[in-house]
Design a protein around this ligand. Structure first.
Ligand SMILES: NC(=O)c1ccc[n+]([C@@H]2O[C@H](COP(=O)([O-])OP(=O)(O)OC[C@H]3O[C@@H](n4cnc5c(N)ncnc54)[C@H](OP(=O)(O)O)[C@@H]3O)[C@@H](O)[C@H]2O)c1
Length: 342
Protein backbone atom coordinates (compact mmCIF):
# COMPACT_ATOMS: atom_id res chain seq x y z
CA UNK A 1 0.00 0.00 0.00
CA UNK A 2 1.33 3.44 -0.85
CA UNK A 3 2.20 5.62 2.16
CA UNK A 4 -0.66 7.94 1.14
CA UNK A 5 -3.27 5.14 1.12
CA UNK A 6 -1.92 3.81 4.43
CA UNK A 7 -2.19 7.29 5.95
CA UNK A 8 -5.75 7.60 4.62
CA UNK A 9 -6.70 4.23 6.18
CA UNK A 10 -5.19 5.31 9.51
CA UNK A 11 -7.02 8.66 9.41
CA UNK A 12 -10.33 6.94 8.73
CA UNK A 13 -9.86 4.56 11.68
CA UNK A 14 -8.85 7.41 14.02
CA UNK A 15 -11.82 9.50 12.84
CA UNK A 16 -14.22 6.60 13.55
CA UNK A 17 -12.66 6.14 17.01
CA UNK A 18 -12.78 9.87 17.78
CA UNK A 19 -16.47 10.07 16.85
CA UNK A 20 -17.28 7.22 19.25
CA UNK A 21 -15.12 8.71 22.02
CA UNK A 22 -16.92 12.04 21.66
CA UNK A 23 -20.33 10.36 21.83
CA UNK A 24 -19.22 8.44 24.93
CA UNK A 25 -18.00 11.62 26.60
CA UNK A 26 -21.33 13.36 25.94
CA UNK A 27 -23.16 10.38 27.35
CA UNK A 28 -21.00 10.44 30.49
CA UNK A 29 -21.88 14.10 30.97
CA UNK A 30 -25.57 13.20 30.71
CA UNK A 31 -25.45 10.48 33.37
CA UNK A 32 -23.27 7.76 31.90
CA UNK A 33 -23.88 4.12 31.15
CA UNK A 34 -26.28 2.05 33.19
CA UNK A 35 -25.53 -1.57 33.98
CA UNK A 36 -28.24 -3.84 32.57
CA UNK A 37 -29.85 -6.33 34.93
CA UNK A 38 -30.83 -9.85 33.88
CA UNK A 39 -32.28 -12.79 35.72
CA UNK A 40 -30.10 -15.81 36.54
CA UNK A 41 -29.57 -18.43 33.84
CA UNK A 42 -27.92 -21.37 35.65
CA UNK A 43 -29.05 -23.89 33.03
CA UNK A 44 -27.03 -22.24 30.23
CA UNK A 45 -23.50 -22.96 28.99
CA UNK A 46 -21.37 -20.26 27.35
CA UNK A 47 -18.04 -20.10 25.55
CA UNK A 48 -16.25 -16.73 25.55
CA UNK A 49 -13.19 -16.40 23.33
CA UNK A 50 -10.48 -14.11 24.69
CA UNK A 51 -12.09 -14.26 28.11
CA UNK A 52 -8.76 -13.89 29.89
CA UNK A 53 -8.63 -10.11 29.60
CA UNK A 54 -10.46 -6.88 28.75
CA UNK A 55 -14.02 -7.01 27.47
CA UNK A 56 -14.00 -10.81 27.21
CA UNK A 57 -12.99 -11.19 30.85
CA UNK A 58 -15.80 -8.88 31.95
CA UNK A 59 -18.26 -10.71 29.69
CA UNK A 60 -17.24 -14.09 31.14
CA UNK A 61 -17.55 -12.69 34.67
CA UNK A 62 -21.01 -11.27 34.04
CA UNK A 63 -22.26 -14.54 32.54
CA UNK A 64 -20.76 -16.46 35.47
CA UNK A 65 -22.55 -14.11 37.84
CA UNK A 66 -25.79 -15.12 36.14
CA UNK A 67 -24.94 -18.69 37.10
CA UNK A 68 -23.93 -19.90 33.63
CA UNK A 69 -21.31 -22.58 33.10
CA UNK A 70 -18.62 -20.49 31.41
CA UNK A 71 -15.76 -21.78 29.31
CA UNK A 72 -13.02 -19.32 28.54
CA UNK A 73 -11.32 -20.09 25.24
CA UNK A 74 -7.88 -18.54 25.02
CA UNK A 75 -4.23 -19.02 24.20
CA UNK A 76 -2.59 -17.80 27.38
CA UNK A 77 -2.60 -20.45 30.08
CA UNK A 78 -0.78 -18.36 32.69
CA UNK A 79 -3.26 -15.51 32.43
CA UNK A 80 -6.20 -17.92 32.24
CA UNK A 81 -5.49 -19.53 35.61
CA UNK A 82 -5.66 -16.16 37.32
CA UNK A 83 -8.76 -15.08 35.33
CA UNK A 84 -10.67 -18.26 36.23
CA UNK A 85 -9.63 -18.01 39.89
CA UNK A 86 -10.78 -14.37 40.13
CA UNK A 87 -14.10 -14.97 38.37
CA UNK A 88 -14.88 -17.95 40.61
CA UNK A 89 -13.99 -15.94 43.69
CA UNK A 90 -15.99 -12.85 42.70
CA UNK A 91 -19.09 -14.63 41.40
CA UNK A 92 -19.13 -17.64 43.75
CA UNK A 93 -19.72 -19.74 40.64
CA UNK A 94 -17.51 -22.82 40.47
CA UNK A 95 -18.49 -23.72 36.92
CA UNK A 96 -15.91 -21.51 35.22
CA UNK A 97 -13.09 -23.16 33.32
CA UNK A 98 -10.43 -22.59 30.71
CA UNK A 99 -9.89 -24.57 27.54
CA UNK A 100 -6.90 -23.83 25.36
CA UNK A 101 -7.78 -22.37 21.96
CA UNK A 102 -5.35 -20.39 19.85
CA UNK A 103 -7.57 -18.61 17.36
CA UNK A 104 -4.56 -18.01 15.16
CA UNK A 105 -4.32 -21.76 14.49
CA UNK A 106 -6.95 -23.78 12.65
CA UNK A 107 -5.58 -26.96 14.24
CA UNK A 108 -5.88 -25.52 17.73
CA UNK A 109 -9.48 -24.45 17.02
CA UNK A 110 -10.36 -27.95 15.84
CA UNK A 111 -8.72 -29.47 18.92
CA UNK A 112 -10.63 -27.05 21.16
CA UNK A 113 -13.94 -28.08 19.59
CA UNK A 114 -13.09 -31.77 20.02
CA UNK A 115 -12.19 -31.21 23.68
CA UNK A 116 -15.40 -29.26 24.23
CA UNK A 117 -17.53 -31.90 22.53
CA UNK A 118 -15.95 -34.67 24.59
CA UNK A 119 -17.51 -33.00 27.63
CA UNK A 120 -20.95 -33.87 26.25
CA UNK A 121 -22.53 -30.66 27.50
CA UNK A 122 -24.80 -28.30 25.56
CA UNK A 123 -23.77 -24.89 24.26
CA UNK A 124 -26.25 -22.03 24.49
CA UNK A 125 -24.04 -18.97 24.03
CA UNK A 126 -20.93 -18.48 21.92
CA UNK A 127 -19.26 -15.08 22.30
CA UNK A 128 -16.74 -14.51 19.50
CA UNK A 129 -14.78 -11.83 21.33
CA UNK A 130 -11.01 -12.38 21.03
CA UNK A 131 -9.06 -10.07 18.82
CA UNK A 132 -5.90 -8.17 18.05
CA UNK A 133 -5.63 -4.66 16.65
CA UNK A 134 -3.14 -2.99 14.38
CA UNK A 135 -0.42 -5.57 14.79
CA UNK A 136 2.54 -5.30 12.40
CA UNK A 137 2.24 -7.32 9.22
CA UNK A 138 2.67 -10.95 10.23
CA UNK A 139 1.08 -14.31 9.60
CA UNK A 140 -0.77 -16.92 11.62
CA UNK A 141 0.56 -20.49 11.65
CA UNK A 142 -1.71 -21.24 8.68
CA UNK A 143 -0.19 -18.37 6.71
CA UNK A 144 -3.10 -15.92 7.01
CA UNK A 145 -2.60 -12.22 7.64
CA UNK A 146 -3.09 -12.01 11.42
CA UNK A 147 -6.15 -9.71 11.66
CA UNK A 148 -7.95 -11.72 9.01
CA UNK A 149 -6.78 -15.10 10.31
CA UNK A 150 -7.36 -14.58 14.03
CA UNK A 151 -10.16 -12.00 14.32
CA UNK A 152 -12.22 -13.26 11.40
CA UNK A 153 -11.30 -16.69 10.02
CA UNK A 154 -10.62 -18.13 13.48
CA UNK A 155 -14.13 -17.21 14.62
CA UNK A 156 -15.64 -18.24 11.29
CA UNK A 157 -14.21 -21.74 11.71
CA UNK A 158 -14.98 -21.98 15.43
CA UNK A 159 -18.62 -21.00 14.90
CA UNK A 160 -19.11 -23.40 12.02
CA UNK A 161 -17.59 -26.30 13.96
CA UNK A 162 -19.88 -25.57 16.91
CA UNK A 163 -23.06 -24.98 14.89
CA UNK A 164 -24.48 -28.50 15.32
CA UNK A 165 -23.98 -28.32 19.08
CA UNK A 166 -25.64 -24.89 19.17
CA UNK A 167 -28.56 -26.20 17.07
CA UNK A 168 -29.01 -29.18 19.38
CA UNK A 169 -28.88 -26.95 22.46
CA UNK A 170 -31.40 -24.34 21.35
CA UNK A 171 -35.12 -24.87 21.22
CA UNK A 172 -38.09 -22.80 20.04
CA UNK A 173 -38.62 -20.00 22.54
CA UNK A 174 -35.11 -20.45 23.94
CA UNK A 175 -32.64 -20.09 21.10
CA UNK A 176 -28.94 -20.63 21.38
CA UNK A 177 -27.06 -17.42 20.57
CA UNK A 178 -23.92 -16.49 18.67
CA UNK A 179 -22.59 -13.06 19.64
CA UNK A 180 -19.79 -11.68 17.51
CA UNK A 181 -17.84 -8.65 18.67
CA UNK A 182 -17.13 -6.14 15.92
CA UNK A 183 -16.24 -2.48 16.16
CA UNK A 184 -17.10 0.99 14.91
CA UNK A 185 -13.99 0.68 12.74
CA UNK A 186 -16.03 -1.58 10.47
CA UNK A 187 -17.74 1.63 9.28
CA UNK A 188 -14.50 2.69 7.64
CA UNK A 189 -13.49 -0.79 6.53
CA UNK A 190 -13.24 -2.01 2.97
CA UNK A 191 -13.49 -5.64 1.99
CA UNK A 192 -10.89 -6.42 -0.63
CA UNK A 193 -12.05 -9.81 -1.90
CA UNK A 194 -9.31 -9.85 -4.53
CA UNK A 195 -6.63 -9.49 -1.84
CA UNK A 196 -8.16 -10.34 1.54
CA UNK A 197 -4.74 -10.89 3.06
CA UNK A 198 -3.39 -7.51 2.03
CA UNK A 199 -0.43 -9.18 0.36
CA UNK A 200 -0.30 -6.55 -2.38
CA UNK A 201 -0.91 -3.61 -0.07
CA UNK A 202 -0.94 -3.80 3.72
CA UNK A 203 -1.94 -1.27 6.35
CA UNK A 204 -2.53 -2.38 9.95
CA UNK A 205 -5.48 0.02 10.22
CA UNK A 206 -7.05 -1.21 7.00
CA UNK A 207 -6.47 -4.86 7.97
CA UNK A 208 -8.12 -4.45 11.39
CA UNK A 209 -11.09 -2.55 9.93
CA UNK A 210 -11.50 -5.18 7.20
CA UNK A 211 -11.52 -8.02 9.76
CA UNK A 212 -14.25 -6.25 11.76
CA UNK A 213 -16.28 -5.61 8.59
CA UNK A 214 -15.94 -9.27 7.62
CA UNK A 215 -17.34 -10.31 11.02
CA UNK A 216 -20.50 -8.25 10.39
CA UNK A 217 -20.99 -9.71 6.90
CA UNK A 218 -20.42 -13.21 8.32
CA UNK A 219 -22.95 -12.71 11.11
CA UNK A 220 -25.69 -11.49 8.78
CA UNK A 221 -25.15 -14.35 6.36
CA UNK A 222 -25.07 -16.87 9.20
CA UNK A 223 -28.34 -15.48 10.57
CA UNK A 224 -29.90 -15.76 7.12
CA UNK A 225 -28.88 -19.41 6.87
CA UNK A 226 -30.08 -20.23 10.38
CA UNK A 227 -33.43 -18.57 9.73
CA UNK A 228 -33.82 -20.34 6.38
CA UNK A 229 -33.17 -23.69 8.07
CA UNK A 230 -35.49 -22.86 11.00
CA UNK A 231 -32.64 -23.40 13.45
CA UNK A 232 -33.18 -22.39 17.07
CA UNK A 233 -29.98 -20.34 16.94
CA UNK A 234 -29.58 -16.60 16.42
CA UNK A 235 -26.53 -14.57 15.43
CA UNK A 236 -25.98 -10.91 16.31
CA UNK A 237 -23.13 -8.41 16.31
CA UNK A 238 -22.06 -6.51 19.44
CA UNK A 239 -20.13 -3.24 19.17
CA UNK A 240 -18.59 -2.43 22.58
CA UNK A 241 -17.69 1.21 21.87
CA UNK A 242 -14.21 2.50 22.65
CA UNK A 243 -12.97 0.66 25.72
CA UNK A 244 -9.94 1.07 27.99
CA UNK A 245 -8.15 -2.27 27.41
CA UNK A 246 -4.81 -3.67 26.29
CA UNK A 247 -6.08 -3.91 22.73
CA UNK A 248 -4.31 -0.63 22.06
CA UNK A 249 -0.83 -1.99 22.81
CA UNK A 250 0.20 -1.90 19.14
CA UNK A 251 -1.15 1.53 18.22
CA UNK A 252 1.06 4.56 17.54
CA UNK A 253 2.63 5.75 20.85
CA UNK A 254 0.92 9.21 21.02
CA UNK A 255 -2.45 7.41 20.94
CA UNK A 256 -1.31 5.16 23.78
CA UNK A 257 -0.25 8.23 25.73
CA UNK A 258 -3.63 9.93 25.21
CA UNK A 259 -5.36 6.72 26.30
CA UNK A 260 -3.20 6.50 29.41
CA UNK A 261 -3.83 10.12 30.38
CA UNK A 262 -7.51 10.48 29.50
CA UNK A 263 -8.78 6.93 28.97
CA UNK A 264 -10.69 6.78 32.21
CA UNK A 265 -12.93 9.69 31.15
CA UNK A 266 -13.20 9.18 27.42
CA UNK A 267 -13.19 5.40 27.17
CA UNK A 268 -15.64 2.87 28.55
CA UNK A 269 -14.42 0.56 31.30
CA UNK A 270 -14.13 -3.12 30.28
CA UNK A 271 -17.31 -3.79 32.30
CA UNK A 272 -19.23 -1.12 30.37
CA UNK A 273 -17.76 -2.45 27.14
CA UNK A 274 -19.01 -5.95 27.97
CA UNK A 275 -22.63 -4.95 28.50
CA UNK A 276 -23.64 -5.05 24.83
CA UNK A 277 -22.18 -8.57 24.46
CA UNK A 278 -24.01 -9.66 27.61
CA UNK A 279 -27.21 -8.04 26.36
CA UNK A 280 -26.90 -9.93 23.06
CA UNK A 281 -26.19 -13.16 24.95
CA UNK A 282 -29.06 -13.09 27.43
CA UNK A 283 -31.63 -10.29 26.93
CA UNK A 284 -35.17 -11.71 26.73
CA UNK A 285 -35.98 -8.90 24.26
CA UNK A 286 -33.66 -10.58 21.75
CA UNK A 287 -35.22 -14.04 21.95
CA UNK A 288 -35.47 -15.33 18.36
CA UNK A 289 -34.02 -12.07 17.01
CA UNK A 290 -30.90 -12.21 14.87
CA UNK A 291 -28.98 -10.35 12.20
CA UNK A 292 -28.79 -7.19 14.32
CA UNK A 293 -25.94 -4.77 14.95
CA UNK A 294 -26.08 -3.84 18.63
CA UNK A 295 -24.42 -0.84 20.21
CA UNK A 296 -25.04 0.49 23.72
CA UNK A 297 -27.60 -2.35 24.12
CA UNK A 298 -29.65 -1.06 21.20
CA UNK A 299 -30.04 -2.01 17.58
CA UNK A 300 -28.37 0.31 15.12
CA UNK A 301 -27.47 0.33 11.42
CA UNK A 302 -24.16 -1.05 10.31
CA UNK A 303 -22.30 0.05 7.18
CA UNK A 304 -24.59 -0.13 4.12
CA UNK A 305 -22.41 -2.66 2.32
CA UNK A 306 -22.86 -5.20 5.15
CA UNK A 307 -26.45 -5.73 3.93
CA UNK A 308 -25.24 -6.72 0.46
CA UNK A 309 -26.39 -10.36 0.22
CA UNK A 310 -24.11 -11.11 -2.71
CA UNK A 311 -21.05 -9.84 -0.89
CA UNK A 312 -22.02 -11.82 2.22
CA UNK A 313 -22.33 -14.93 0.09
CA UNK A 314 -19.01 -14.35 -1.70
CA UNK A 315 -17.18 -13.83 1.58
CA UNK A 316 -18.78 -16.92 3.09
CA UNK A 317 -17.74 -19.08 0.13
CA UNK A 318 -14.19 -17.73 0.21
CA UNK A 319 -13.98 -18.26 3.99
CA UNK A 320 -15.07 -21.89 3.57
CA UNK A 321 -12.28 -22.40 1.05
CA UNK A 322 -9.71 -20.74 3.28
CA UNK A 323 -10.66 -22.69 6.42
CA UNK A 324 -11.20 -25.98 4.60
CA UNK A 325 -14.82 -26.55 5.55
CA UNK A 326 -17.55 -27.55 3.11
CA UNK A 327 -19.79 -24.75 1.90
CA UNK A 328 -23.12 -26.37 2.64
CA UNK A 329 -25.09 -23.36 1.48
CA UNK A 330 -24.92 -24.45 -2.17
CA UNK A 331 -25.27 -20.95 -3.56
CA UNK A 332 -28.47 -20.27 -1.61
CA UNK A 333 -29.05 -16.62 -0.82
CA UNK A 334 -30.95 -16.50 2.45
CA UNK A 335 -34.17 -14.64 1.80
CA UNK A 336 -35.18 -14.03 5.37
CA UNK A 337 -32.27 -11.86 6.36
CA UNK A 338 -33.40 -8.46 7.61
CA UNK A 339 -32.57 -5.84 4.97
CA UNK A 340 -31.83 -2.78 7.02
CA UNK A 341 -30.48 -0.69 4.17
CA UNK A 342 -34.05 0.06 3.08
N1 LIG B 1 -11.11 -2.00 23.31
C1 LIG B 1 -11.84 -1.38 22.41
O1 LIG B 1 -11.92 -0.14 22.39
C2 LIG B 1 -12.63 -2.14 21.39
C3 LIG B 1 -13.45 -1.42 20.51
C4 LIG B 1 -14.19 -2.12 19.56
C5 LIG B 1 -14.08 -3.49 19.48
N2 LIG B 1 -13.27 -4.17 20.34
C6 LIG B 1 -13.19 -5.62 20.20
O2 LIG B 1 -13.41 -6.23 21.45
C7 LIG B 1 -12.76 -7.50 21.48
C8 LIG B 1 -12.00 -7.64 22.79
O3 LIG B 1 -10.96 -6.69 22.81
P1 LIG B 1 -10.41 -6.03 24.15
O4 LIG B 1 -10.52 -4.57 23.97
O5 LIG B 1 -10.99 -6.66 25.34
O6 LIG B 1 -8.85 -6.40 23.99
P2 LIG B 1 -7.85 -7.19 24.96
O7 LIG B 1 -7.98 -6.69 26.35
O8 LIG B 1 -6.52 -7.11 24.29
O9 LIG B 1 -8.42 -8.68 24.92
C9 LIG B 1 -8.29 -9.47 23.79
C10 LIG B 1 -8.46 -10.91 24.19
O10 LIG B 1 -8.25 -11.73 23.02
C11 LIG B 1 -7.30 -12.73 23.38
N3 LIG B 1 -6.51 -13.22 22.26
C12 LIG B 1 -5.58 -12.56 21.53
N4 LIG B 1 -5.03 -13.38 20.64
C13 LIG B 1 -5.61 -14.60 20.80
C14 LIG B 1 -5.45 -15.86 20.19
N5 LIG B 1 -4.54 -16.06 19.23
N6 LIG B 1 -6.22 -16.88 20.59
C15 LIG B 1 -7.12 -16.71 21.58
N7 LIG B 1 -7.32 -15.55 22.21
C16 LIG B 1 -6.56 -14.50 21.83
C17 LIG B 1 -6.42 -12.04 24.39
O11 LIG B 1 -5.63 -12.97 25.10
P3 LIG B 1 -4.19 -12.48 25.67
O12 LIG B 1 -4.51 -11.40 26.62
O13 LIG B 1 -3.62 -13.65 26.30
O14 LIG B 1 -3.44 -12.00 24.49
C18 LIG B 1 -7.44 -11.33 25.24
O15 LIG B 1 -8.02 -12.20 26.16
C19 LIG B 1 -11.88 -7.55 20.24
O16 LIG B 1 -12.51 -8.33 19.24
C20 LIG B 1 -11.81 -6.11 19.77
O17 LIG B 1 -11.63 -5.99 18.38
C21 LIG B 1 -12.55 -3.53 21.30
Amino acid sequence: MSPLSAARAALRVYAAGAAVVLAQLLRRCRGGFVEPVFSPQPDRVAIVTGGTDGIGYSTAKYLARLGMHVIIAGNNEDKAGEAVRKIKEETLNDRVEFLYCDLASMQSIRQFVQKFQRKRIPLHVLVNNAGVMMVPQRKTVDGFEEHLGLNYLGHFLLTNLLLDTLRDSGCPGRSARVVTVSSATHYVGELNLADLQGSRSYSPHGAYAQSKLALVLFTYHLQGLLATQGSPVTANVADPGVVDTDLYKHVFWPTRLVKKLFGRWFFKTPEEGAWTSVYAAVAPALEGVGGRYLYNEKETRSLAVTYDLKLQRQLWARSCQMTGIPDGTGGVFPASLPRREE
